[in-house]
Design a binder for this molecule. Structure first.
Ligand code: CU
Length: 144
């Protein structure tokens, strides 16, 4: 019995020493949206064509025609920097791909052998990047 009380006191002491848990989120909108390029794997050496697969959390991936808050669609910047984050992501530009039908994968079929970089950015129905930025970068190599 004495042993049990000692253990209880010890647990209390340990609990007091534990760091306070993070403050509760204000609501669903406070949850930060995230995107991850799930393939190709980081640093992988792959043969072409290269299928890029995307997984988003905290944001609903929908077609660009779906004009609702809390939604967005994927954009890929292939071997180029992202455009200014407050600007509309342009169309018809080499290396910038809008997955405007709500797709979560895209096949890059014209990458030359060598190192490449893909940056994923989730943008809203106006094609403007979400804030805070929802982005992921993967570098990989296409073999000869
Ligand atoms: Cu777009």
């Amino acid at each position: 019995m004495r042993n049990g009380i000692a253990r209880f006191v010890l647990v209390l002491a340990a609990a007091a020493l534990l760091p306070r848990s993070a403050p509760a989120q204000a609501g669903p909108s406070a949850k930060a949206a995230k995107v991850k390029i799930t393939t190709p794997a980081r640093g992988a050496t792959v043969s072409g064509p290269v299928k890029v697969t995307l997984a988003a959390t905290g944001v609903e991936i929908v077609p660009a025609t779906d004009e609702r808050a809390g939604t967005g669609h994927h954009h890929l910047f292939v071997d180029r920097d992202v455009t200014p984050v407050n600007d509309t992501i342009p169309r018809g530009v080499t290396g910038i791909i809008h997955l405007g039908r709500g797709q979560t994968e895209f096949v890059l079929d014209s990458l030359k052998p060598g190192p490449h970089q893909v940056i994923a950015v989730v943008g809203d129905w106006k094609h403007v990047p979400l804030k805070p930025l929802v982005t992921d970068t993967v570098r990989f190599t296409v073999k000869d």
